[in-house]
Design a protein around this ligand. Structure first.
Ligand code: 5RP
Length: 251
């Protein structure tokens, strides 16, 4: 699968230096151009996805969009969307979603992703898997040549029961990649608890994962693992904002 890169809005002549937040907003605004009135929308989680939710709220309030129903992927996003008067529902009531827009932690050339550093991977994966289209929005710091290659965490959501047992088993799975596993902590050094009442084990790799599907299968096979942050074959397109403008990556 060779992805194509389609630049669409290009460098202005005196290319201004944009902050990371400005880049995230650029990507978010571009993605929202794909939203049509009447759509059921998966609403992602994280700082980039928050720009998407802001923009949707703005377009609804000015009447440029109407009859949108959002399916949030976290309590945080639910609160943000509710505060902007975006009508919300759940996968139970709307099992088929037209379009999901969400951020990512890593994007590889195949449009495979690592997600979940914001802790919302389980609901994100459920909502995005139920979506006909899934647009990823990110700044160019998220591009990697191989998943796990950023040196940052690849999260795995595990049940609280005997989390240490699973942490050791997860680390053991990827010994040859120089994997180190840590329990994620919150700001007060207590275990971080997800919206679903689970813990997160963060995996750090010295070398990128070669076989993402194989790795995902092995992780999922461990009893007590709820979900992992490898989002493989799910993204329809990725909108990347960087110094040279905004690019849409499609397969
Ligand atoms: C949350 C996620 C986020 O989409 C991911 O962490 C990217 O976040 P940000 O846009 O803040 O960089 O997967 O679980």
């Amino acid at each position: 699968r060779t992805p194509t890169y389609k630049p669409f809005s290009v460098k202005s002549q005196a290319a201004p230096v944009l902050s990371q937040d400005e880049l995230k907003k650029l990507a978010a605004d571009k993605a929202v151009e794909s939203v049509k009135s009447g759509m059921i929308l998966g609403l992602g989680t994280g700082s980039t996805a928050a720009f998407v939710v802001d923009k949707l709220g703005q377009l609804l309030s000015t009447g440029q969009l109407s009859n949108i129903i959002g399916i949030p992927t976290s309590k945080r996003t639910q609160e943000q969307a509710a505060s902007l008067n975006i009508p919300l529902s759940t996968l139970d009531s709307h099992p088929h979603i037209d379009l999901a827009i969400d951020g990512a932690d890593e994007v590889d050339p195949n449009l495979d992703l690592v997600k979940g550093r914001g802790g919302a991977l389980l609901r994100e994966k459920m909502v995005e898997a139920a979506s006909s289209s899934f647009i990823v929005v990110a700044d160019d710091s998220k591009l990697v040549s191989g998943l796990g290659g950023s040196g940052l965490a690849m999260p795995v959501e595990v049940v609280q029961f005997c989390w240490k047992y699973n942490l050791v088993r997860l680390q053991g799975l990827f010994k040859e990649l120089g994997c180190e596993a840590n329990l994620r902590l919150d700001g007060s050094e207590k275990p971080y608890v997800t919206d679903n009442g689970n813990y997160i084990v963060d995996l750090y790799f010295q070398n990128p994962i070669k076989d993402g599907f194989g790795a995902g299968k092995e992780i999922s096979a461990l009893e007590g693992v709820v979900e992992h942050g490898l989002f493989l074959g799910m993204a329809t397109s990725v909108i990347i904002a960087g110094k040279t403008g905004v690019e849409v990556m499609t397969k």
